[in-house]
Design a protein around this ligand. Structure first.
Ligand code: ZN
Length: 226
């Protein structure tokens, strides 16, 4: 009982604290107590790579605000590091993963995690401790030991369905169906995934992903040897 009262008091105190801060901000007042800094918004841009910065992040010894020479070295080292231009995303991901898109885009973004799981090459390996998820608190993900990837064999054992990398090599005539079946029950979305979208994403990976291309080579070699 004592804990609950204490918790309620803390929540109430936090709310009042936030409310008062917001009120002061609205009035344009900045608190002056020690430990608080106010640098405004990051309005300055590196003239070479266009990264955004706060003025206080510039190299003070080389910068002159009055002369318009403001140098940053936390991005491209003042133009010394030339980054390759940003690559446009291929289709269909460019059209589907849009926050300003239509209902199909919204549906895709809602289930993008499941679509991502469909094409995983490997599974994650670690000692997962689920004992604390007993419904008495927010869900937690706790692991111990070395985190690693499990790749397994290129082909499934006799009588087993393909999963992960095996989906790129084995029974690819039924690949979309196999991928949907391989999705772990914990990952199944409330709305079904669209086979046409899965097929389009597969074509995209085959065309652009170097690992997918390698695994398809293994599929080709297997067909040749059979
Ligand atoms: Zn830069």
């Amino acid at each position: 009982m004592y804990c609950m009262v204490l918790f309620a008091n803390c929540v109430l105190a936090l709310c009042w604290f936030c409310f008062i801060c917001a009120w002061f901000d609205c009035l344009g007042w900045v608190a002056t107590y020690s430990g608080r800094s106010g640098y405004g918004t990051p309005d300055y841009e590196c003239r070479y790579c266009h990264a955004m910065f706060w003025l206080h992040e510039c190299v003070k010894s080389e910068s002159s605000v009055r002369g318009g020479q403001i140098i940053y070295n936390r991005c491209c080292k003042g133009g010394k590091v030339v980054l390759p231009p940003y690559k446009q995303r291929p289709e269909p991901i460019a059209s589907l993963a849009r926050f300003d898109g239509d209902s199909q885009c919204r549906k895709f973004l809602k289930t993008i995690r499941q679509y991502n799981c469909l094409f995983a090459f490997t599974s994650m390996g670690a000692n997962i401790d689920r004992s604390m998820n007993d419904g008495r608190g927010p869900p937690a993900f706790k692991i111990s030991g070395q985190v690693h990837h499990r790749i397994g064999s290129l082909l499934p054992d006799s009588g087993q369905r393909p999963k992960f990398i095996q989906l790129y090599i084995y029974d690819t005539a039924n690949e979309v169906r196999n991928r949907i079946r391989a999705l772990h029950t914990n990952e199944r979305p409330s709305e079904p995934l669209e086979p046409a979208v899965i097929g389009d994403l597969l074509e995209m990976l085959d065309a652009h992903n170097p690992l997918a291309k390698q695994f398809r080579l293994a599929r080709g070699a297997r067909r040749k040897w059979r």
